[in-house]
Design a protein around this ligand. Structure first.
Ligand code: G6P
Length: 608
């Protein structure tokens, strides 16, 4: 989604902002721009396309300034075009605004402003903000911003400059992420820490409707009531290498291969193998409430929703605790049966997904206890939830989520183990689960060794137009996730199905042009899945099977077999998803797709 970077300091902010924009490219965007204060006024440049094109455009101009703001835009209101790209300039040419989010009442505001003679030069909702601030301005930018926002309904992360206050950036947020950071005689604003990590690890999180005023003398913050407040500076713990490719061709590949480590990190200090139990510091005190809740919900979007489906199955099978999974976007509008005796788990990699945040608000309004399972430390969801667990996967840059998924499922396994033990699971069974979890990093390494074989298979199927993924039990969400990965990065239509459901529709699609990925480990539904594969073969479908190491029988019926080590259903989804991640990665590479930044997608969807 859109990205914001701003700089105020002793150095030239232009290269800092440009580099920051490049580090935000992973979030997905279609146009970009930069504005700076040059003493005489605002200098602006915008392009449709990549930050590298913006760099080429500005190179001859040798733009230089100690105050600059930049933006990568993911189109919502109006097509990707130079006019619609940010920054947006007010009619008097004095104000530049970059904005993430959506102004919901922009049409009404725009009509009113046009009636007063204001002339707009873009189709965006953001330009309304530039106009409102311009009308409200009487010598103090932060006051004008505050007044302008009083007319606005919607979500925003904003950074604004004014030609008459040449050493200042004003920033604020509501519902969209925005941080400020403190360097040495230089200060930053960004929608994502990755943009400024090279320069500062000292970060200030703005809360909804707080205003930050950044000048060369430092940062001042104001509460929503306009009182000056002092804010805590948080130290970012991850390193710059974590947001770089480190020799891999793509971030996605790096992230797939980092999973032995990230899964280990998700468990580190949390597994109690001697006791056959787990300990999750952030929510241990909530286990009583979880056990005794009248309703338990998982809510999430995208890949995190698939992790939630696995969580639901594990909770019910092992802890015997009923729960429901809801798309966050649906939860909010369906009058959920949630009250003070309900627990809602919000699962999110970014911690900024607008629909998930809205679901949290809905649950809180109904007095439910809301817990978070997040990756990004200090993110909005982490802050909006009562308690939670971090998955510690480190920054995930590839738009298609991989390592965050396996870490989410790992944390859900730990949580299930803890609850299951409280619900009567024997210590012996708990120990077996601990052993299986401990072996996960090694087993993931083993699966990753098949990358070359998977790359060869990918070559044979990269021209397919459709794929079907089949799995049962905990492997049904894995099938959904495998299909989602393929859709996201290779643009091949793919669907995940519970294997037995194939007979109720999808079988009509099967012919020699339809590859089927069958997740067929040797568990209690193995024979049934083999029958499904036979049904596919009888219709000339081509089968890529995922099987348990040592299964020779399946070789006779499937066209290709990929193996995973034997696993309990606690760890099976984690192992089984890895070959599917690799398959979609190599197919996308074969098709020449932009793996890390697939078209139309965003890493973090901060609009509803
Ligand atoms: C976007 C991303 C997906 C992600 C989903 C939910 O669609 O492209 O990879 O699964 O948002 O994001 P979250 O950060 O809440 O897990």
């Amino acid at each position: 989604m859109c990205g914001i970077v701003g700089y105020v300091g002793k150095n030239n902010g232009v290269p800092v902002v440009m580099e920051g924009l490049q580090r935000l490219e992973y979030r997905g965007y279609d146009s970009c721009g930069i504005a700076l204060l040059n003493g005489g006024g605002i200098e602006l440049e915008k392009v449709t396309g990549k930050v590298s094109e913006l760099m080429q455009t500005i190179a001859p101009r040798q733009m230089k300034s100690g105050v600059a703001i930049g933006h990568t835009r993911w189109a919502t209101h109006g097509m990707p075009s130079r006019a619609n790209a940010h920054p947006h300039i007010s009619q008097d040419g004095k104000i530049a605004v970059v904005h993430n989010g959506i102004i919901e009442n922009y049409k009404v505001l725009r009509d009113e402003l046009e009636n007063t003679g204001y002339i707009f030069s873009s189709e965006t909702d953001t330009e309304v903000l530039a106009a409102l601030i311009c009308q409200a301005y009487s010598g103090n930018l932060e006051h004008a911003v505050r007044e302008a926002l009083s007319y606005v309904v919607g979500a925003y992360g904003l950074a604004i400059i004014h030609a008459d206050e040449p050493e200042k950036i004003v920033c604020t947020r509501k519902g969209a992420p925005l941080i400020m950071a403190v360097g040495e005689d230089e200060y930053f604003v960004a929608s994502d820490v990755a943009a400024i990590l090279k320069y500062s690890k000292n970060v200030i999180y703005l809360e909804n409707d707080e205003i930050g005023v950044i000048t060369r003398d430092g940062i001042k913050t104001y509460s929503s009531d306009d009182e000056q407040i002092s804010k805590k500076i948080h130290k970012i713990t991850f390193k710059l290498e974590e947001v770089e490719k480190s020799g891999y061709e793509h971030f996605m590949l790096k992230e797939i291969f980092s999973q032995p480590q990230t899964i280990y990190d998700a468990m580190r200090g949390r597994l109690l193998p001697e006791e056959g139990n787990a300990h999750l510091g952030g929510i241990d005190h909530m286990t009583g409430a979880i056990l005794h809740a009248d309703q338990r919900y998982f809510t999430a979007c995208g890949t995190s929703w698939h992790a939630a489906l696995i969580g639901e199955m594990m909770f019910e099978q092992f802890a015997r605790l009923p729960c429901e999974v809801e798309y966050a976007s649906e939860f909010r509008y369906r009058e959920p049966l949630v009250d003070a005796k309900s627990i809602v788990f919000a699962i999110s990699q970014s911690g900024e997904t607008a629909d998930t945040l809205a679901a949290i608000q809905e649950a809180k309004q109904r007095d439910a206890k809301v817990l978070g399972i997040c990756n990004v430390v200090g993110s909005s969801i982490a802050r909006e939830t009562e308690a939670g667990v971090y998955i510690h996967a480190g920054p995930e840059i590839g738009v298609a989520s991989t390592k965050a998924f396996t870490s989410q499922v790992t944390v859900l396994s730990l949580l299930t183990l803890k609850l299951a033990r409280l619900m009567g699971m024997s210590q012996e069974n708990g120990k077996a689960i601990c052993q299986s979890l401990q072996k996960l990093p090694e087993n993931v390494e083993w699966v990753l060794k098949q990358a070359d074989q998977i790359a060869e298979i990918a070559k044979l199927y990269s021209d397919a137009s459709n794929f079907l993924y089949l799995g049962r039990g905990v492997n049904f969400p894995v099938a959904l996730e495998g299909a989602l990965k393929l859709k996201e990065i290779s643009y091949i239509h793919a669907e995940g199905y519970p294997a037995a459901e194939m007979k109720h529709g999808p079988i009509a699609l099967i012919d020699e042009s339809m590859p089927i990925v069958a997740i067929a480990p040797q568990d209690k539904t193995y024979d049934k899945l083999i029958s499904n594969i036979e049904e596919v073969k009888a219709r000339k479908g081509r089968v890529i099977a995922l099987a348990t190491q040592g299964d020779e029988r399946i070789k006779d019926i499937a066209d290709h077999v990929l193996y995973v080590p034997p696993a309990l259903s606690f760890t099976a989804p984690i192992l089984n998803v890895i070959p599917l991640q690799l398959l979609s990665y190599y197919i996308a590479v074969e098709r020449g797709c932009n793996v890390d930044q697939p078209r139309n997608l965003a890493k973090s969807v901060t609009v509803e």
